[in-house]
Design a protein. Sequence first.
Length: 100
Amino acid sequence: NSMATEAMLKGGAPAAATGENPVIVNAAKADVIAGPMGIIAANALLGEVTPAMALAISESPALKVLIPVNRCGIFAAGTEDKTPSQYIESAVRKIAEVCR
């Protein structure tokens, strides 16, 4: 996670943070939260998502744009058989539509 944070800063992000508390604090302030479906499930993503993080994201008033990766013991019925890249493209389109 710290490497991803460093990459975001190098890529031009004005600020970045790593860990549970930044997720909890910023989920309440966000307009849009995007990520794999596991971000709303406690202990998902190999334990990376803590129960407090999943709760903060789930309770956030932000629009959640979730990418179905069919891992973490979660299967999204009705999803199409697409590549992760195709799902990400769809998520980006939705976020762009909402942010207009």
